[in-house]
Design a protein around this ligand. Sequence first.
Ligand SMILES: *Cc1c(COP(=O)(O)O)cnc(C)c1O
Length: 361
Amino acid sequence: MLASAFVRLPHPNPTADDVRAAAIADPQFGRVFTDHMVSIRYKEGIGWHDAKVMPRGPLSLDPATAVLHYAQEIFEGLKAYRLDDGSMALFRIEANAARFNASARRMAMAELPEELFIAAVKEAVAADADWFPPVAGGALYLRPFMYASEVFLGVKPASEYHFLVIVSPVGNYFKSGAPAVSLWVSEDYTRAAPGGTGAAKCGGNYAASLIAQSEAIAKGHDQVVFLDAAEHRWIEELGGMNMFFVMDDGSIVTPPLTGTILPGITRDTIITLARDAGLAVREERYAIDQWQANAQSGKLTESFACGTAAVVTPVGKVTRGDASFTIGAGGPGQVTTMLKDRLVGIQRGLVPDPHGWVTRL
Ligand SMILES: *Cc1c(COP(=O)(O)O)cnc(C)c1O
């Protein structure tokens, strides 16, 4: 199917201007949605078909729809940014398209041609560009996702899939105020095991992580940090963000992509930007005991988490059982701030884009 083959069905009764303006004045994260969505269907033997931009609305699912039973579901998350000149741009969308298919392969789902993924996201942004939120750090958050839509209870990869893109105007992920987040180290739960689905962006990984995230919140922290499933020793990532550790000699450590952590596009971008800045980056395992000892001795000066939604988020404090330790001075460090500024600068078109990451719309 051609990427140009979208049928456009404009909303017959779009949100009134004043209602939309009120909704996007302080959108927060993931609560406000636009008027349209993109929908494409897949069926074995037919392939991808029925691509349309249509009014956003509820999906009607047969109770035996496969995703409701066996959880074949994957997603992506990316943002459309506003550039200085008022136009909009996407950041590394080719990487999202490729990762979507890597997730599809792991979950035994149909792959979506990358140019169709990219065209679908562009259609979604074009349909609802007037929903761009006029707030600092604001963006249109795009959520492409796909679920098994075959109506069948037999245990096998589905033969039908439904791909959609929905759009959410967003502000900052974390409610402003705190300069850094506090983390809770989960010692009871793990997020992913070797051979499992940790490297796929699937809803199931989140389902498995929510109990630990709730525990972190209940104990007064912002986010949970997961350790590896085999030794309960090596730092993996947060529920939805990758981790970086900055040492006093300016070098940076981040956990390697061993199949149990999500290959974040922000992670890859930060590694590149740090190396561009002349910093040594090592992708190597880092143990929770090392983190605590190095933070306490001063060998480790900064730590941060990163992802599309929350961008670069400094870690201020870490709690493990009854013990807590503070990272640096407990706020954003110099290297963290420098890398965040460079990343945001490229995303917003304020500084040159030497790697060709930005797609102007
Ligand atoms: C999406 C995601 C990330 C961050 O990936 P980005 O491409 O940087 O947004 C990190 N960890 C998990 C578990 C994720 O689902």
